[in-house]
Design a protein around this ligand. Structure first.
Ligand SMILES: *Cc1c(COP(=O)(O)O)cnc(C)c1O
Length: 502
């Protein structure tokens, strides 16, 4: 056997640095990270930045010559960090936003260092096996059957898009794949509640199904899909010659955290032969919390489930996930013949390719941060943290109910709460439409003042047409005490805006 003699490396360079230089860069970066994770509890949450000011410091022509890493880290530390919203702050309640975990940040560094690319098993054998393991753990967390399978995606929007593509293909088959949606003789119909995330409408538009063919089903007082209305809509559409093919249920809506009656919707899907997709991007991992578990009965019957590990698994962006009950049913939608996708392995596990189950070819090694976070923390600690988040939302609702100056606008759903401030004049007696509009405007100004002050952060939602201060607890750092501080911060913001001229 001839041995290959090692080729001496050229001198240390920016593109191919020496081990010492790599250690130096890494040490500086990790020192920053350790300090940041400690400091994030006390930083002002949102930056006071303007696009113009940021551009003035950051914009420059493409540099022909390189600069020292230390100088670049200084730009990161002095401009990028202060110009960022700190999503890991315990009172950042805006949108549906995770704090990140330290172990996942380290995993991202390792994944990039290994530079694994995961289109198929042969491209990255152990990383692909690790993705299967991480997907299996998520299936277990959701109570899915062992035969289910899935993959990580860039996010929930892409997971929803991919699920609808699989559903459309099962219904329409090769004709539409070859000739486009116009080749299908009848209009298709997707059903979902009025509370559904807009990524479903976007997917319908992009897939040629059409936004107008997403039928929004009304909800009950708890913002859960009215299943009788769903059945009526399906019957109506069938009678009119349209083709119902898919129902999208929510397991945690973004406005109020509502979980649709999944088992009832699954029964309707079975009866009418519809693909059932569940958008569990926000809520899915709450099944790990004992108090929320019964809400997810029926989830495992879905044909597909979208989840966002970059939400309630607390991971840094990006990481979405799609689970198929029967992966083979999805395969036909994505599989393609090309020279570079020809697989020569005969063992089916080694012939496996993620490109058969979604639109991507090159794929990041997202599984490493999922696997490392779950393996390092354990599912019990994650479930406890989620349970703590649910408790914080309930505690906030209790505090609101017990105070005259606030009212809830919806019952708390999972860890989402929608409420508003009431000025003294609105605390007793009846309110006119003009009063309601004044309260809306006041609360909008309170939200802006609260965000500016930097100690707590809420976003907004429209609940039954009223402006709501909306929060979502999605952080292992948040405690009951933070909910009390939040209400004090809102009161302070209310005092501030009422002192100003209206
Ligand atoms: C966040 C979210 C989405 C979109 O997911 P991205 O990861 O932001 O693309 C879709 N549906 C629900 C219910 C969500 O919470």
């Amino acid at each position: 056997m001839t041995s290959i003699s090692p080729v001496a490396r050229d001198a240390d360079s920016a593109l191919d640095p020496s081990p010492e230089r790599i250690r130096e860069m890494g040490a500086q970066a990790v020192d920053w990270m350790a300090a940041y994770h400690e400091a994030v509890r006390d930083l002002p949450i949102a930056p006071q930045a303007s696009a113009a000011a940021l551009r003035e410091v950051l914009a420059e022509p493409l540099p022909a010559e390189g600069r020292d890493f230390t100088e670049l880290l200084a730009v990161f530390r002095d401009v990028v960090v202060p110009g960022s919203r700190h999503n890991g702050h315990p009172r950042f309640f805006g949108y549906v936003s995770a704090p990140g975990t330290a172990v996942a940040a380290v995993a991202d560094l390792l994944a990039s260092a290994l530079n694994a690319n995961l289109p198929a098993w042969r491209s990255a054998p152990a990383p692909v096996e690790l993705e299967h393991v991480a997907i299996d753990w998520i299936k277990e967390a959701l109570g899915c059957d062992p035969g289910a399978g899935g993959l990580f995606t860039s996010g929930g929007s892409m997971a929803n898009f991919t699920a609808l593509a699989a559903a459309r293909h099962r219904h329409c088959g090769a004709e539409v794949a070859a000739h486009g949606a116009a080749a299908h003789p009848a209009p298709l119909r997707v059903y979902t509640s009025t509370e559904t995330h807009h990524s479903i409408h976007k997917a319908a538009a992009l897939l040629g199904i059409g936004r107008a063919n997403v039928r929004e089903i009304p909800v009950d007082a708890g913002f859960r899909m009215d299943v009788d209305a769903l059945v009526r809509a399906i019957e109506e559409d069938r009678a009119a010659g349209a083709e119902p093919f898919c129902v999208v249920a929510n397991a945690g809506t973004v406005v109020t955290g509502a979980v649709d009656p999944l088992a009832d919707i699954a029964a309707v899907a079975r009866r009418y032969g519809l693909w059932m997709h569940v958008d569990a991007c926000y809520g899915g991992f709450a099944r790990l919390a004992p108090s929320a578990r019964p809400l997810f009965d029926g989830l495992a019957e879905a044909d597909s489930i979208s989840l966002d590990p970059h939400k309630w698994l607390y991971l840094p962006a990006d990481c979405g996930c799609l689970i198929y009950r029967d992966p083979e049913a999805a395969r036909a939608a994505f599989t393609l013949d090309a020279d570079y996708t020809r697989v020569t392995q005969t063992d089916p596990a080694e012939a496996f390719a993620f490109w058969d189950y979604g639109p991507d070819l090159s794929r990041r090694f997202r599984a490493l941060k999922v696997w490392m976070t779950l393996a390092h923390a354990g599912s019990r600690a994650v479930g406890d943290a989620i349970e703590g988040n649910l408790d914080c939302a309930r505690h906030l609702a209790e505090l609101v109910d017990a105070s005259a100056d606030f009212e809830m606008l919806a019952p708390p759903g999972l860890s989402i709460f929608c409420f508003r401030y009431l000025p003294p004049s609105a605390r007793t007696g009846s309110r006119s439409a003009a009063d309601e509009e004044a309260i809306d405007r006041l609360n909008e100004r309170i939200m802006v003042a609260l965000q500016r002050a930097g100690s707590s952060y809420l976003s907004n939602a429209s609940v039954n047409g009223r402006f709501a201060l909306r929060g979502c607890v999605l952080n292992y750092r948040t405690t009951r005490r933070d909910m009390e501080i939040l209400l004090d911060d809102v009161r302070r913001a209310a005092d501030e805006v009422t002192a100003e001229a209206p």
